[in-house]
Design a protein around this ligand. Sequence first.
Ligand SMILES: [Cu+2]
Length: 139
Amino acid sequence: MKRTFCALLLSCSLSFAGDIKIEDGWVRAVPPSSKATAAFMTIVNKSDHPVIVSGGACPVAGEIKPMITTKQSDGVMGMAFVDSFSIPPKGKRTLEPGGDHLMLMKLTEVPKAGSTVSLVLKTDSGGKTGSISLELPVR
Ligand SMILES: [Cu+2]
């Protein structure tokens, strides 16, 4: 596991953990009374096997859960929690507003715009479990 430290905000968005590369990560700034926010990023799988990214740990959130957009029975698009995101071999998955994202819930502290949030995600790469540490800008 390798951690990219945050000297400049611009360098925050890149992190490597072997087969998995995280690009363009950020956390949404929310009003001070909010109980939850969301993290967005592109998860790149550089390996030739599927990788799985699930929730992890964050000092300001009690719970982190992947969430996806899904078509409900009435045909309306909705959101649903899932256990993990899977990324196909040599593929990528983009977490973005209005689409898939990571929910940061049970906030103990609301991250301020301009600050950073550290986030550790659990990973499974071809059956090998690990983690990836991120330092994401809040905006
Ligand atoms: Cu959500």
